[in-house]
Ligand binder design. Sequence first.
Ligand code: ZN
Length: 308
Amino acid sequence: MTVAYISHSDCGRHDTGWGHPEHVGRLRAIPRALREDADLFHALEHIEGRHATPDEIALAHDRAYIDRIRGMAESGGGRLDADTVVSEGSWDAATAGAGCVLDGVDMAFDGRALRSFSAVRPPGHHALANRGMGFCLFGNVALAAHYARQRHGIARVLIVDWDVHHGNGTQALVEREPDIRFVSMHQWPWYPGTGAAEDRGPHRTIWNVPMPASAPRARYVDAWTRAIDAATDGWMPELLLVSTGFDSLQGDPLGAFTLEVEDFVAMTRDLVARSVAWCGGRVVSALEGGYAPDRMAAAAVAHLKAMI
Ligand SMILES: [Zn+2]
């Protein structure tokens, strides 16, 4: 069973500054942790991803917004909002981040690697069609869903998002497509303020699971499992995409969920088993949040191991 670990050195060129929670050290922590598990390190297919093209990014984003990000980076950078930085390297980083996930999709369909985890930044699940926010520039996972449909001739895609924040961007970028379903579990009330359970999208293809802070771990896992059951009742996806935000770990500075590394192992194993029944085991996973770098890296490594 080939599992790919996909990354791109340009993701480190998105320079938010060390005072920003979404700093480059997050990404460096993952290969560091991976090297401590020699068996896993050698079992993985290590892939340097590619850059997504502007045409690919336009599958979900407005051309004017894409041009704006490129222009801002070329002219030295700036800020989209108080939290969301564009640096000189951010265009290369954001297109690499999206491109890695698109590579994961290609590998899942051409048989090179049925499953993959893309260690990328900036994250993507808050990015809207015409506006970046919440540290995110382009919707990496939403783009992967549209790309898979266009490039690989499939229709039904399930996206699941266990980041502690609502994937408002992913929802906005996919909710008008009735064949893409989205499950997001998130702390409530919390940033960005969207993601009520009643918000099912225009085709009722969105399953938002707002949860209180500091609940017992098992409550989150139960709610997550039930939402995925509901989203796939009588409906089988042809591809499973996972927005792996590890800020839902206990102790994360930007969230107050109580999940432990072993919960991500169990949730990953469950997703893999479901994907085998649904779609030949195709799982394409990509990093979103996670702001305690060593904890996040431990969870990412455990997630990779569980995918094998
Ligand atoms: Zn988050």
